[in-house]
Design a protein around this ligand. Structure first.
Ligand SMILES: Cc1cc2nc3c(=O)[nH]c(=O)nc-3n(C[C@H](O)[C@H](O)[C@H](O)COP(=O)(O)O)c2cc1C
Length: 352
């Protein structure tokens, strides 16, 4: 059994290309995520050791246990890449991607294309498991290619037989992409059918949803993706509830800003180019701002930032607007308009 399943049901941060870099992974770990996985990396990228791959593979000791996720459809190249990763960065496990729906990956038979070709999926998994034995290899799958060809239980059974040690199941088909609703009944059937741990994934956005899935299925862990981009504190809230029964409230707007600014500062500090780092942060800031008062105006502003100083200025204006323009009645905010973006020259006009 992988040690992180001993006596606990771990919270995984889902691998997300362009999102789950080392900085974000560490922020989620601080918030309570137990297991982290890198963004997916192609076997070819590993074998060529290009700069981008090097960046994607790097992690810090405090991220452990951390897995490197590989994709590819050539059994020998996948096995070679897995061995190279072990020598190179010594992760805690290798994860195989059998779920990516992106055309660029699928057209080369990688990712979710392997759900349509179980003999090849088996050969890829077996080649990697044998190449790195006894080092642990896990996998991430979707329910199947399409609604008509759902085969997650069969795929999971094949993977278990190859020696895969745990399987994350995203409750959608390849054809669904990220639309529709994750099908937790099928995830539950997979968890029931195999003996290795199944990690359930899809649409987990609140403490209640996570508890419901942990209690009503045999999943041995859960994996949170997009919700972590908006509310990384979800990990802490779930953990605290599981450990003590305590309900941790959502952070205040001030606390959210302080988290967002810290993320920006870390991203800039660890990048060669502050400008590039901040351009990449725009989408991240927009995700964090979901549900914040004045969110529409805020997102318009955050879409254009190119420095930490700009984000600081936006946060100060936003908090000042909230304090002055919002009438606070108990727990309930009564917003006026969203004029906090308007410069001081225009302010008197805006107030009329
Ligand atoms: C922007 C983005 C990038 C993703 N990249 C990966 C990836 O590199 N590897 C992978 O296995 N899944 C990837 N996924 C899928 C997620 O890991 C997860 O399975 C999916 O988002 C469903 O979980 P959620 O509803 O909690 O977001 C990605 C998803 C998103 C939104």
């Amino acid at each position: 059994m992988l040690p992180w399943f001993n006596n606990t049901r771990p919270l995984y941060l889902a691998p997300m290309a362009g999102v789950t870099d080392s900085v974000f992974r560490r922020l989620c770990k601080e918030q309570g995520a137990d297991v982290l996985v890198t963004e997916f990396v192609s076997a070819d990228g590993i074998l060529h050791r290009n700069q981008h791959t090097t960046e994607m593979l790097s992690f810090r000791a405090e991220e452990r246990p951390v897995g490197v996720q590989l994709f590819g459809a050539d059994p020998q190249r996948m096995a070679d890449a897995a061995k190279a990763v072990l020598d190179w960065v010594e992760p805690d496990f290798i994860d195989l991607n059998f779920g990516c729906p992106v055309n660029k990956v699928v057209c080369k038979h990688g990712g979710s294309a392997l759900l349509k070709d179980c003999p090849l999926l088996e050969r890829v998994a077996l080649a990697v498991v044998k190449a790195v034995e006894p080092f642990p290899v896990t996998a991430k799958i979707r329910l199947g290619w399409s609604q008509e060809t759902i085969n997650a239980t069969m795929t999971a059974t094949i993977l278990e037989q190859t020696g895969i040690r745990a399987i994350a199941v995203h409750g959608r088909t390849k054809e669904q992409g990220y639309s529709g609703v994750a099908d937790w009944q099928t995830i539950a059937r997979v968890a029931q059918a195999i003996s290795i741990p199944v990690i359930g994934n899809g649409d987990l956005r609140s403490v209640e949803e996570i508890l419901l899935r942990l209690r009503s299925t045999k999943v041995r862990g859960v994996m949170v993706g997009r919700a972590a981009m908006t509310s990384p504190w979800l990990f802490r809230q779930v953990k605290r509830f599981l450990e003590t029964g305590e309900i941790v409230p959502d952070p205040s707007v001030e606390e959210r800003w302080s988290h967002m600014l810290r993320h920006c500062r870390m991203a800039v500090a660890e990048s060669d180019s502050g400008k590039h780092a901040m351009a990449a942060m725009r989408g991240r800031l927009m995700a964090y701002s979901k549900g914040m008062p004045g969110g529409r105006t805020l997102r318009g502003e955050l879409q254009q930032v190119s420095s930490v100083a700009q984000v600081e200025a936006i946060s100060e204006r936003h908090l000042a607007w909230m304090n002055s323009e919002y009438a606070i009645t108990g727990m309930c905010f009564v917003p006026s308009e969203e004029p906090w973006r308007i410069s001081s020259r225009d302010e008197s006009a805006a107030r009329i």
